[in-house]
Design a protein around this ligand. Structure first.
Ligand SMILES: C[S@@+](CC[C@H](N)C(=O)[O-])C[C@H]1O[C@@H](n2cnc3c(N)ncnc32)[C@H](O)[C@@H]1O
Length: 506
């Protein structure tokens, strides 16, 4: 395998709108595709495979890895479906894929193939799916062949997709195969032929990683990290989870009994005054904007432009705006790393509890670009998990390492990371720390928010194949319930350290 070439292709993919992340549409318990759309996507996958597969017959990233037409069609189908789910979720803020987004997806995919070639697409798909295949076997040690082929542990969406006519080995559509479910037999055969997996004759019988399989798995892991594909996927997943979090406001009340105070203090501490033209980053459902007083602080002579990447959160915020007839407030879908505003527009930039989800370096630079020189910037965010009470350590032990001190296993910054970046962007930067109470007495809500939606344990969670990840979420809820039983609900309180930054834009 030419890893540099692989890296280049994955980087191309990561800057396109094409997404190979099937769990965006397959949640196991939610139907996001109608039968009609499954058929539309299947037909598109067949057209593209018929059109392009022949010329890429020789795309063998591993010597014996022949890309069968079935595999090519599955690759296209999975990619089209995840891209359609991603576009629907991010552009429309809904879960159920629309026909319009299927059409947009087809156009985008055609463009990607024109600009990068079908063979590049297949290479990217193979790199990602081979990682997932090896990952599952690495995690479980031995996987029964039938379980592997059905993808139950790592790619359960595979069996869902009906091929509705498969492309034969000569590239022709075999109508007789209508309704055949897809499986991973061809991938298993290729992995065995290439010596990445071997069949274990002991007990339990199944497939295992060979030494070369382990080395390939580690190399792929590094490649996917380096190309930022993993990070990008986690971001997509987070935006989609936030979008779907209908009860964000209620969950915040439950988990953060002092969260209103936290936001009100931020407005005051940042120095927001009447008449200011304010940019709010990571506004979510608009609690800082409305309930906690930002709109009142700027008054009718000021204005607020608030951004967030999750359309569902913005829709809820906009609902509040309409109800309150707040004409000097607007909500715009954007990521804080690339703001759709011109230079020197704002008197102040503010945002509560969002910076830890972003590439903070890019965000602070963007904030400095769109704010006027001399404008004020203020934010607060949670710091990495550190010293926590016994109940917390017991509960989250499976995904935390090195507790109690240091050895953090989460995405949250340490004390020094943001101040280091801020020093080059701001004058007179001030940093403070505070302890914010978190109420963990509802384990379902805590695991759902911190582990699933905010995904603060992104690293250890993404080190798990699909099924193990779901099991871990389940196990954490059960551990939380056991801990509550043992310690009493009234004792499941902890304090999380927040860092505050205020600075004057240079
Ligand atoms: C914990 S919520 C905070 C929402 C709101 N500021 C509040 O105080 O209730 C974090 C928000 O950050 C948003 N977010 C995630 N990634 C972001 C990014 N790259 N740029 C801006 N906001 C982002 C999420 O969509 C979510 O709405």
């Amino acid at each position: 395998m030419d890893w540099d070439h692989g890296l280049h292709i994955l980087e191309q993919l990561s800057t396109s709108d094409i997404v190979i992340a099937p769990w965006l549409y397959w949640q196991g318990d939610t139907e996001r595709l109608s039968r009609h759309q499954t058929q539309m996507l299947t037909r598109i996958a067949q057209r593209l495979t018929r059109q392009h597969w022949r010329q890429t017959r020789a795309t063998n990233e591993w010597p014996e890895y022949s890309v069968t037409p079935q595999l090519a069609q599955r690759a296209v189908y999975e990619t089209l479906t995840s891209t359609a789910a991603y576009l629907t979720n991010l552009r429309l803020g809904t879960l159920v894929i629309t026909d319009e987004m299927v059409v947009v997806t087809e156009r985008l995919f055609d463009t990607f193939i024109r600009e990068n070639s079908f063979s590049s697409f297949l290479t990217a798909y193979l790199l990602i799916s081979t990682f997932e295949n090896l990952h599952a076997v690495a995690h479980y040690g031995t996987v029964q062949e039938e379980v592997f082929v059905r993808g139950s542990l790592h790619r359960p969406w595979i069996g869902d997709a009906q091929t509705n006519g498969v492309i034969g080995s000569d590239g022709e559509l075999l109508e007789g195969q209508v309704g055949t479910a897809m499986d991973l037999r061809d991938e298993l055969t290729a992995l065995l032929a290439n010596g990445l997996l071997s069949v274990n004759s002991g007990t339990p019988i199944g497939v295992e990683l060979t030494q070369s399989g382990r080395q390939t798995f580690e190399a792929l892991d590094e490649l996917l990290h380096k190309s930022r594909i993993f990070h990008l996927r986690a971001g997509l997943m987070r935006a989609s989870e936030f979008t779907n979090l209908e009860d964000y406001d209620a969950i915040m009340e439950k988990l953060g009994p002092k969260s209103h105070e936290l936001r009100r203090t931020l407005i005051e501490w940042t120095g927001i005054r009447p008449g200011m033209k304010v940019l709010e980053l990571g506004c979510g459902t608009g609690i800082l904007t409305f309930e906690d007083g930002l709109a009142s602080a700027v008054g009718p002579s000021g204005s607020i432009t608030a951004i967030d990447p999750a359309p569902g959160m913005l829709a809820r915020a906009d609902h509040k705006r309409c109800r309150l007839k707040a004409e000097n407030v607007q909500f715009i879908q954007a990521r804080a790393e690339s703001l759709p505003f011109s230079d020197n527009e704002f008197d102040a930039v503010i945002g509560c509890a969002f910076l830890h989800f972003t590439d903070a370096d890019a965000v602070l630079k963007e904030a400095a670009r769109v704010a006027k020189p001399g404008a004020v910037f203020g934010t607060n965010f949670p710091l990495s998990f550190g010293n926590h009470p016994a109940f917390f350590r017991e509960w989250f032990a499976p995904i935390m390492s090195g507790l109690p001190a240091g050895g953090s296993n989460d995405i949250l910054p340490d004390h020094e990371r943001i101040p280091r970046i801020a020093a080059s962007v701001f004058n007179d930067a001030v940093f403070e720390l505070s302890k914010v109470p978190i109420d963990y007495s509802d384990p379902e809500a805590a695991v759902r928010f911190f582990v699933k939606v905010a995904n603060v344990f992104e690293q250890p969670m993404s080190a798990l194949p699909w099924q193990a990840r779901r099991q871990m979420e389940h196990e954490l809820v059960n551990r939380g319930l056991a801990v509550r039983e043992q310690y009493g609900a009234e004792n499941l309180f902890d304090f999380h350290e927040f860092q505050w930054i205020r600075g004057i834009i240079k």
